[in-house]
Design a protein around this ligand. Structure first.
Ligand code: ADP
Length: 471
């Protein structure tokens, strides 16, 4: 038997120890209780602040602080897509109550009836300021009467502040009593800064192509805007020349965020596949991937770069098969060296490629077609039009490219030529073949297996020294 310790307790000690233990436990309980109360109060304060922020946002158009955009694990970002994402777009139930009326503006002229909405030039009555009013089309409202993709466009535009991204000044509403006849149903309008041109119209009407220094300035500005979006976890997903605005002071801005969305890191595994207008759509999207990232925008930047040089869209496919064929003609047929993961894409199985494709000579085909480009310019264009998305440069990498450092340097904005503004004239109906469909429809079509287009259809395309067969 162990001898009794000399520290052994007397009965009195034991009672005292028990009392102290009880007191300690009580103290611990009170402390936990206090911490719980503090946390509840902190949460309540945060909610209050958030509500104030929302109110401020309604009033002055821009939240004072950036919202957290990276989704929590298991959440898919601010998505309305039917991809199993948790929807993070939380708006107050009547978000339009605090919006001013469209009656504060006088319509000057319609600019363009886009694929998804009408854009007009208007003047704010009080200030005389000229703006662009973009009406969100009623047919894109969801069952509860809210324009789902419009909300996403508003949310993203409100968060963005960059010299190369169009700025949203406010959101206004029209109602049944509107004195402007065509706005006679409840409608929501984005009030945007007005720009005299979109790049597509300028390219269409300009008598001479842009000088190389002008192309460089436009490309640099586009890339800066894209770098800003990507830094803020935004994929635009519909970059094309008609969505790039230009003013008469040589400033370019990215517009139309109807297809844009926030993505986290890592990006959600399943995104809508039917995004980006066909002629600007990356090969991985054409081959059915639903897991994609910033490289889809960089492909579109490559297409725009080529279009700025020639004034014509570089790949003008009539459908998905024709589009991918035209891409392979310029960029080469994918091989395990040029695009190691290509075979794992859903629609790749439906592609029958020549058994021995000609050696990848994308660079030389590009060089032969864009003779005005220097070696650095050709290298940049080839990198942007790399079939493998992992090989495309990021927007930041692109800004550092030697193409921008070598002569001719980008032209200063102040020396940029001016053009007569079509936006100040009659309405144009934009012909945008194969623009992606937005809203719920887009989400549903996004699920469609595009391989159906390839299957059961014997098609042989000849071009660029190889034959491509898709079955
Ligand atoms: P949609 O989403 O319907 O395609 P967009 O936002 O692309 O609409 O706008 C359609 C056209 O309206 C553009 O190509 C451009 O010509 C014109 N536009 C859009 N925003 C502006 C603006 N802020 N200033 C001047 N014109 C604009």
């Amino acid at each position: 038997m162990a001898s009794k310790s000399r520290w052994a307790d007397t009965e009195e000690d034991t009672a005292l120890a028990a009392k102290l233990k009880k007191e300690k436990e009580e103290k611990r309980r009170l402390k936990a209780e206090k911490a719980r109360r503090g946390e509840t109060e902190r949460q309540a304060r945060l909610v209050g602040q958030q509500e104030q922020t929302n109110t401020a946002t309604e009033d002055d158009g821009r939240p004072p602080k950036r919202r957290k955009t990276t989704p929590e694990p298991g959440q898919g970002g601010a998505s309305t897509e039917k991809d199993g994402d948790v929807k993070l777009l939380r708006f107050p139930s009547r978000p339009w109550d605090k919006c001013r009326s469209v009656e504060n503006y006088d319509c000057l002229n319609d600019i363009a009836e886009g694929t998804y909405g009408m854009v007009s030039r208007a003047k704010e009555i009080a200030s005389g300021r000229v703006v662009a009013l973009k009406r969100l089309k009623a047919e894109l409202m969801d069952r509860s009467g809210l324009p789902v993709t419009g909300l996403r466009e508003i949310q993203i535009l409100r968060d963005c502040k960059h010299r190369n991204v169009v700025s949203l000044q406010e959101v206004v509403v029209g109602d049944d009593t509107s004195k402007i006849e065509k706005y006679n149903a409840f409608s929501i309008f984005l009030v945007l800064e007005f720009f005299e041109h979109d790049l597509k119209t300028v390219l269409e009407y300009m008598p001479e192509p842009f000088l190389l220094s002008e192309v460089k300035l436009l490309l640099y500005q586009l890339t800066s805007g894209v770098a800003y979006l990507h830094d803020h976890w935004i994929l635009h997903r519909d970059l094309k020349t008609s969505n790039l605005l230009l003013n008469n002071r040589g400033r370019l801005k990215i517009a139309d965020f109807g297809m844009a969305r926030y993505v986290g890191d890592p990006a959600p595994e399943k995104l809508t596949q039917l995004v980006v207008t066909l002629w600007y759509r990356a090969p991985e999207l054409l081959l059915g991937t639903r897991s994609y990232g910033r490289a889809v925008d960089m492909w579109s930047v490559g297409c725009i770069f080529a279009e700025l040089l020639t004034r014509d869209p570089v790949f003008q496919g009539s459908n998905e098969v024709d589009q991918i064929t035209k891409i392979f003609e310029l960029c080469g047929v994918p091989t395990s060296e040029t695009w190691p993961t290509f075979r794992s894409l859903p629609n790749a199985r439906a592609l029958r490629l020549p058994p021995k494709p000609p050696p990848a000579a994308a660079g030389s085909v590009i060089r032969a077609r864009f003779t005005q480009l220097t070696n650095a310019g050709c290298a940049l264009l080839s990198d942007l039009l790399a079939l493998d998305p992992d090989r495309r440069p990021s927007a930041h990498e692109m800004l550092q490219h030697r193409y921008f450092q070598e002569d001719p340097k980008p032209k200063p904005e102040s020396l940029f030529p001016t053009f007569p503004s079509k936006a100040g004239q009659e309405r144009r109906r934009l012909h945008e073949p194969h623009a992606p469909i937005r809203g719920e429809e887009a989400a549903e079509l996004g699920e469609v297996d595009v391989s159906g287009i390839f299957q059961g259809r014997e098609k042989e395309e000849r071009g660029g020294g190889f034959q491509l067969r898709m079955v």
